[in-house]
Ligand binder design. Sequence first.
Ligand SMILES: [Zn+2]
Ligand SMILES: [Zn+2]
Length: 421
Amino acid sequence: MDVPSDLSTFRSIGTAPGAAGDVMRGTVRWAPAKSLWVASMASLALVGGYLTFSWAAVGVFAVSTALVLLFGHSLGSHRKLIHNSFDCPQWLEYLLVYLGVQVGLAGPLGLLRQHDLRDHAQRQPDCHPYLRHGRSFLGDGWWQLHCELVLDAPPDIALAPSVENDRFYRFLERTWMLQQLPPAVLLYLAGGWPFVIWGVCARITAGVTGHWLIGYFAHNHGGMHNRIDGAAVQGRNIGWTSLLTMGESWHNNHHAYPASARLGLYPGEWDPGWWMLTLLRKLGLVTRITLPADLPPRPERQALDAAALLAPVPSTPSSNWAVLHALRAILIARQTVTLRAPCVNLPPQRLAALCGAGVAVQHLPGLGRLELAVGETVVRGMSGVLLGIATRGRAAALTALALLPLALAVETVRARVETTA
Ligand SMILES: [Zn+2]
Ligand SMILES: [Zn+2]
């Protein structure tokens, strides 16, 4: 079998003959514990969620889901434990991984093994459809949420001893389902059963279902900047889910640079996990961060578009004067407006539909950030989008004006964080 050249650097497959195993032959079997866990959480979330609905409980669901996905799944489980793409104090690593267990997918060591098996299998010329999400949509859902793959000759996955022998991780591995009890008790004390149903059962259901959905789409449909020659399956980027997944849906980038701590690599690709990492670095809590430039070259990686050859561009914030000047030009002088955008998170047509009829939308993939131009004045990022929306009419202009201070504040923080990244 033709083995991709980077396999030798893949950290967790043993080097002994036969260690790579056979990732083609195996049986998919119903996994009772996993299946009952997912089904009971989903039924409790659906029935209980309907019976106990309140906006406060929905708020608890939204905040707790965002927290476990950002700090737990994206930073703790994926970018730290699995890829070790940054350094942080041990207590912070434990806290992040603990939050990762709260997603309700598996224990930390089980998740690590499952990820490394897929990572290894997907780099082979071919692998079992279970490992590359190769079945129909619903078939894949049944497999991933209710079944397990038992390979005839599984690869020899050796975890780093420091992780495998860690007593805290072993404890979490044995008790990962029970780890939902502490937050459940706290939520019960804070708001009774509605908070428990929404803050635990609905959160787990959303996290586990979302994890499968992204896994399915990120290996079947979506954009690509890079292609890995000789791999059984390519990763795909799903732009519109970048905020919901905390940046994890830039999966084509992840296949291209698996050990990079940053997932949204190209102009306009939103990556909340990366924003949080750079903030933690500013606070002195995160030290080493691995980026694509730090990784060894991979001859099998082929750039497919101009963006893949560009380095990520840090954004320059537009001055508040520029914003005021553009506002005057749009609302009073009624000058013509151009929006130039990488249009990664919003397709150009949808961006044009958001703005007034007089706004010309240009798709420029090489541009660092979306920008709105009125004459000589340029306004970047979210403030630019709001100004574009303001051209629609009076109600849109008032809404845009009300949101503008928030957008300016976000842009300022983002620019500060990025210039030190
Ligand atoms: Zn993948
Ligand atoms: Zn990964």
